[in-house]
Design a binder for this molecule. Structure first.
Ligand SMILES: C[C@H](O)[C@H](O)CC(=O)C(=O)O
Ligand SMILES: [Mg+2]
Length: 395
């Protein structure tokens, strides 16, 4: 079957809302004194926006086929990623069928390798790749998860990330992942506060509810080891996430050896490509890898990452990323549950993760989404055209 070819490539930038690396309003839990690698500087400790976490904004990639069908995707990377998509990557797309996603990925990656490989460039490649899969599904009238092999279970089960695991439990989630508030620069007092918050949540949530700590790259090995032992023994922590710099593979391997048996070490949301994840797995850095499908290289690359993880018996629980990960997780036995990032400021309610950009985004009810809710062409969502879409670099 000959599919229509890609005719137009458009990259837009959007401010505010989800997928933009926390361009949220004042008072949102996600910007409230969360430990980061910048916490060593008191001026940048209270707010991640103070050091520029929201500086780039959201990237929207839109691909139009020559029959007028549109596929799109939303990720991060903002204006610089829009430049890369329009001025560099578009040459590998125009005139191509979206069914050629392997060839297109290969050309995008190797044409940018001299200035890319990770970070912003792979964000841009991921956005294009997800838009290709969306377009392919819309042309074939098939959901992405069908094209990936179909569902291996009837529903997705979620844990929630946010400041209120106690509320997450009431809302039906299987666990709650808290942001760590204090890093090494806040000393013993900060460590005690981290333990006290976890202990409080444990007493509110009961013994059977999973509690995890997201450390957002903020710690050193000594601090992470001490936190891991105390949090495990005193509060039954399930996993310690992204404790160290993503470049410190040696540190992660050491942390995994240092951690108490039974406590899981997880990382990978800021890792990219099959080669980055191979390092994490070959060096035995963690028990769960957490690629973000909008950052790691898209679905085409996640297939390779997930297959390698499967062959090594490593769980793959993607970071956030809404429908872009749901369509993948439902097809994999080594992804038995998924993350839901609570974007409500409280966070006391379930609200769509990528609002206001996406229309028709499914959200967990009682901590679950049924596979049948994904039964729409592509990723099953539409771009909200009522929001300001700025196209800085028309090609
Ligand atoms: C809450 C964390 O600091 C971060 O914003 C989100 C994250 O790392 C995760 O969901 O995982
Ligand atoms: Mg995380």
């Amino acid at each position: 079957m000959t599919l229509p070819k890609i005719k137009h490539v458009r990259a837009f930038v959007v401010r505010g809302g989800g997928a933009d690396y926390h361009d949220q309003g004042a008072g949102h839990w996600i910007d409230d004194h969360i430990a980061t690698p910048m916490s060593r500087y008191p001026a940048y400790r209270q707010s991640r926006q103070s050091f520029g976490i929201n500086v780039l904004g959201t990237l929207v990639v839109e691909l139009e086929a020559d029959d007028g069908t549109i596929g799109f995707a939303v990720t991060t990377g903002g204006e610089p990623a829009a430049y890369i998509v329009e001025k560099h990557l578009s040459r590998f797309l125009v005139g191509r069928s979206p069914a050629e996603y392997e060839l297109i990925w290969d050309q995008m990656y190797f044409a940018t390798q001299y200035y890319g490989r990770k970070g912003l460039v792979v964000n841009a490649i991921s956005g294009v790749d997800l838009a290709i899969w969306d377009l392919l599904g819309k042309l074939r009238q098939e959901p992405v998860y069908h094209m990936l092999g179909g569902a291996v279970r009837e529903e997705l089960q979620f844990y929630a990330t946010g400041a209120r695991p106690d509320v997450a439990k009431e809302l039906g989630f299987i666990g709650g992942k808290l942001p760590l508030h204090h890093g090494p620069a806040e000393g013993l007092e900060g460590l005690e506060k981290n333990i006290a918050l976890l202990a409080d949540m444990r007493s509110k949530c009961g013994d059977d509810f999973w509690l995890m700590y997201d450390c957002w790259m903020a710690l050193d090995i000594d601090y992470a080891t001490r936190l891991a032992h105390r949090a495990w023994h005193e509060c039954g922590l399930k996993w310690i996430e992204e404790a160290l710099s993503p470049d410190d593979y040696w540190g992660y391997a050491q942390l995994k050896r240092n951690a108490p048996k039974g406590l899981l070490v997880t990382t990978g949301e800021h890792e990219a490509t099959r080669w980055g994840f191979r390092m994490l797995m070959d060096m035995e850095c963690c028990d769960i890898i957490q690629p973000d499908v909008g950052w790691c290289g898209g679905v085409t690359e996640l297939i390779k990452i997930a297959n390698y993880a499967d062959s090594r018996g490593v769980l793959m629980i993607p970071h956030g990323s809404s429908v872009y990960s749901y369509h993948f997780v439902i097809t994999r036995h080594n992804s038995p549950f998924a993350e839901f990032l609570m974007m409500h400021p409280g966070p006391t309610e379930v609200v769509p993760m990528f609002a206001p950009q996406l229309l028709g985004e499914p959200v967990p009810v009682n901590g679950k989404i049924r596979a049948s809710e994904l039964d729409k062409p592509g990723f099953g969502v539409e771009l909200n055209r009522d929001i300001p879409l700025h196209r800085p670099y028309p090609n």
